[in-house]
Design a protein around this ligand. Structure first.
Ligand code: FE
Length: 233
């Protein structure tokens, strides 16, 4: 068996959100898919440890913001590598409430969906929530961000709670395979690898910039961890 076969399944990148009373929260998810057409039902797979999981169970409603290809890594880091129990993520972005009150992004979001929870399936570490479409809108014509683009072009990583997490060692060895010579540094928080051959487009760092030459206030483009925390790989 070669589990690398799974790596060729295609995904997008989304913010799955919910509102429970005055509490609003959301997280990055890559497993969002329409499962039926009449009525329209949409499924999302959410890790049981995540705050969004707890809130969807309480609220019975969830939103999906479909991210644009030009979504900055800071936004992905904000929603993907922080916990809503500690950070009010929506305080840092532009959003509005969909028809049923669920917050959805209005920046770097090309379309949004809002669903009423109809069924849930326990799949071990995750729950698959299935909801019937309550509201949806197209905000702008743009390319959606795919999971492949996030990995290959933006050099993004997956948190341990992602349904498709491959293990940090797999992600590191993949980067190592690409280039053996340059000194790369890894973020200990989110696993992002700074590759001097690539630079950091998110912070206008040109390709060819050594890690040592990055400004002292440079931080992880995904989770904003300080430069001083980075570990040589
Ligand atoms: Fe990081």
């Amino acid at each position: 068996m070669d589990i690398k076969a799974l790596f060729d399944i295609t995904y997008g990148l989304y913010v799955v959100s919910t509102r429970y009373g005055e509490i609003i929260n959301g997280q990055i998810a890559n497993t969002v898919f329409q499962v039926t057409a009449e009525p329209i039902n949409v499924a999302v797979s959410i890790n049981k440890q995540n705050y969004t999981h707890e809130l969807i169970e309480k609220s019975g409603r969830f939103g999906v913001s479909i991210l644009a290809q030009d979504t900055p890594m800071e936004l992905i880091g904000l929603f993907g590598f922080n916990c809503g129990r500690n950070v009010n993520k929506f305080a840092k972005v532009k959003y509005k409430n969909a028809a049923g009150g669920t917050p959805v992004l209005t920046e770097y979001c090309i379309d949004y969906l809002e669903c009423d929870l109809r069924q849930k399936f326990d799949v071990g570490t995750h729950t698959i929530f299935v909801g019937e479409l309550l509201d949806a809108d197209v905000l702008k014509k743009d390319k959606p961000l795919t999971y492949a683009y996030y990995h290959e072009v933006k050099k993004g990583t997956a948190p341990k709670t992602a349904p498709t997490y491959r293990g940090i060692n797999a992600e590191i060895s993949e980067v190592k395979e690409e280039q053996q010579t340059a000194s790369k540094y890894r973020c200990p928080i989110c696993g992002y690898i700074y590759d001097p051959e690539v630079g950091d487009v998110n912070h206008n760092i040109m390709p060819g910039t050594r890690f040592e030459d990055l400004p002292s206030d440079w931080c992880c483009p995904i989770c904003t961890a300080a430069k001083s925390l980075f570990i040589k790989v």
